[in-house]
Structure formats: C-alpha cells, structure tokens
Ligand binder design. Sequence first.
Ligand code: BMP
Length: 264
Amino acid sequence: SNITPKSYESRMATHPSPLARRLFKIMVEKQTNLCVSLDVYSKAELLQLVDTLGPYVCVFKTHVDIVDDFSYESVVEPLVALSKKHNFLIFEDRKFADIGSTVKSQYTSGIYKIVRWSHITNAHALPGPGIIDGLYAGAKEVTDDERGLLLLAEMSSKGSLATGEYTDKTVALARGNTEFTFGFIAQNRLGEPDEDFVIMTPGVGLDAKSDGLGQQYRTVDEAVSGGSDIVIVGRGIIGKGRDPIAEAKRYRDAGWASYLARLK
Ligand code: BMP
C-alpha cells in the first residue's frame, strides 16, 4: 500500500511487539535505520566490524553458520557484550523453513542456540502457521527477553517466487501473532494502513546493480520511499576494497535523510 508509515517515535509507543518497541527506541536514540549484514568467515573480522561499525547501526545481521572458526564462547558471548556496549540488536538471518517441531529445535539447540542471543530471526512462510507457533514456543521456553520474528514476504533476488498471492498470504500469516511476528523481510511496505509491520529490506546498494549470482540492488532512497523501515546492507559497506566506516556513515546518512523526507 502507499500509506506513509508514521514516525519511528510514534510507532515506538504503539507497536504490539515489545521487541519492535525496543528497536524503534534504538533507532530514535541513535538516529539510524541501517542494518549491516556481516557475511564474513572469521570471528576476528566479525567482532572487529561490530565494534567499529556499532555506533552507526540499529541492527547487525549475521549468518553465524558461515563463520569457519565459530564457537559459542568466542563469537556469541563477545557479540552480546558488544550489543550492550553499542546499543544494537542482533538478527541471525537463519531463514527457518521447516515444520513447527523441527524449527523449535533448530532455534533452541545445536551449537548455535540462536534463541538465546539473537533478538530477531526470520522464517519462510512456506510451511504455514506451525512455523510461527514452533519458534514462538521455543522463545517462550528459553528466555524472558524480547524476541521477534520476521517473515520473508518478498526477496531481493532475481526471479523470486515470493510475489503476489504468496506475499499476501505471508502477511495474513503474520497477523496471527503480531506480538512475536513484528514485520517482514520485504521490498515494499506491506499490510493495511492501520497495521504496523516493520519492513527490513535487503538488496540495497549505492554502487552496484547486481552481484552476478541473482542479487539485485536498489538505492537506499528507492527502498525507504517505498516503505522500508530498515535498510540491510552487506557488501556495499564491508565488501572487498571498501572503507567500512566511511560506507556505514554514507548509508546511515542516506537512510536517515530518506526517512525524514518520507515523513514530510
Ligand atoms: P549484500 O548486501 O552483500 O548483497 O547482502 C545481502 C544480505 O541479505 C545477505 O546476507 C542475504 O542473505 C540477505 N538477503 C538478501 O540479500 N535478500 C533477501 O531477500 C533476503 C535476505 O535475507
């Protein structure tokens, strides 16, 4: 829909999800709608990027299963400490896609134990409502802290099947539990004008248009003017040959300027 979302500040007061309210508070305090995607293979690089870019982001997105030298003690514990130091949320981009019982185990167990430390995670809507129920049950069982789920309603990649009726049905699924399912990974604003889903948008880049493997990039302003609340940027900031601090500031400034322009 074309309805302009309200300010982050007003949504901070009214959002049905405690996790989303906490997220909006961070965004307002730090004046940033930037999420940096940390797709790196070494824990040293991961933690170093988190400590240097922490001041510019509201969320760091991780794929912990690509870290070659991962251990819970040497990755998760320092990451959580840095999230307190720099006041950001952690989003493990796990893309759960199984039946409720299995995703509950994948969320809580194994070597990653995602629910213990990741404030946000995401899931495909493909299996139906049981996937949300399973993840929510896992969160309730393990922690009293706020946890939130994003459903993948649209994808940035070329030829994505998550369009049209699939996207609409994904939005309908999220309505079943808006305290936990607080928004979407999507390219556009979704939901009715009286609903408040947080839209986090990957496939954002100011220099490249694609990556040779199906990724498609839009500019920060295209994303935010289309209804994105948080832009997710990976290689545009941490890619080969880039100056991550300079790029993080550039994307942070662009994201905030587009947000302010949208409010007018
Ligand atoms: P980059 O900005 O370097 O292209 O990285 C994009 C990140 O966002 C990757 O971690 C990818 O897994 C994720 N992502 C995406 O690109 N498109 C989607 O639709 C959903 C994603 O999670």
